[in-house]
Design a protein around this ligand. Structure first.
Ligand SMILES: CC(C)(COP(=O)(O)OP(=O)(O)OC[C@H]1O[C@@H](n2cnc3c(N)ncnc32)[C@H](O)[C@@H]1OP(=O)(O)O)[C@@H](O)C(=O)NCCC(=O)NCCS
Length: 131
């Protein structure tokens, strides 16, 4: 079974850096949400409250994205552990009338958790097998 998700954002003025292109921290935030969307789809018959981001690796900014362009985020679960999911996220920039181009990519590790009474999280097995 393949667990994946898509979601899009339009780059607005408040999303830009001092050079007028998409701020990298904003891009990572959108990628984190895209990863979470794919991971949420894995939580079937699991006694977890939700998932949290545990790690991000090999984030690469391949191309700048201009204000007014769309960012189309594609996420797919590429491997699972006992409590974790590794999700590959690719962000494609799209301008009106233009080709879509890979702007940023990264691997996110999400962990299925229950929330403790004191607000901290406890990791829980998700029981998912990708095969
Ligand atoms: C998520 C959390 C409850 C897990 O705590 P824990 O029970 O001690 O578990 P660990 O972090 O040791 O390991 C959990 C999983 O993450 C994996 N992991 C740990 N560190 C990792 C790293 N640096 N990179 C990738 N995976 C990692 C472990 O291998 C384990 O996976 P597995 O069960 O599939 O084998 C705890 O780390 C936490 O609360 N972190 C903060 C989360 C947060 O606030 N995120 C931001 C908001 S969403």
């Amino acid at each position: 079974m393949k667990y994946s998700a898509k979601y899009s954002q339009l780059v607005m003025p408040q999303d830009t850096n001092i050079l007028g292109t998409l701020f990298g921290g904003k891009m990572i935030s959108w990628m984190d949400i895209a990863a979470a969307k794919a991971a949420h789809r894995c939580l079937i018959d699991v006694s977890a409250d939700s998932i949290v981001t545990r790690a991000m690796e090999t984030i690469e900014f391949q191309e700048a994205v201009e204000m007014g362009e769309w960012v189309n985020l594609e996420s797919v679960v590429v491997s699972v552990g006992k409590t974790s999911f590794k999700i590959k996220v690719e962000a494609y920039a799209e301008r009106i009338g233009g080709e879509k181009r890979l702007a940023c990519s990264g691997i996110f590790t999400m962990v299925s958790v229950c929330k403790n009474e004191d607000g901290t999280f406890k990791s829980v097995a998700h029981g998912l097998n990708l095969s």
